[in-house]
Design a protein around this ligand. Structure first.
Ligand SMILES: [Zn+2]
Length: 77
């Protein structure tokens, strides 16, 4: 599979447990994050993505579109 969004994320995202949650409910103190694949911005602002999938530590965020595209490849639970 070849896609511009893939840059060896399997090193840290393969087989991870991902949680669907609202960005405002994150446990980290950052005010924004970017999708690990397409770089779309997550924040609490209206123009940004406000809901998506994150790792259990809330450190990595993945937008719904990328989640759908890569869930089989990465075997997310
Ligand atoms: Zn994305």
């Amino acid at each position: 599979m070849s896609d511009w969004r893939l840059r060896n994320q399997e090193m840290y995202l393969k087989n991870k447990v991902l949680i669907l949650k609202d960005y405002k409910n994150r446990t980290t103190s950052t005010d924004h994050d970017h999708c690990e694949f397409c770089f779309d911005k997550f924040s609490e602002k209206e123009q940004d993505i406000q809901r998506g999938y994150c790792t259990e530590d809330n450190y990595y965020w993945i937008c719904p579109g990328c989640y759908e595209d890569f869930k089989e490849l990465f075997q997310w639970c």
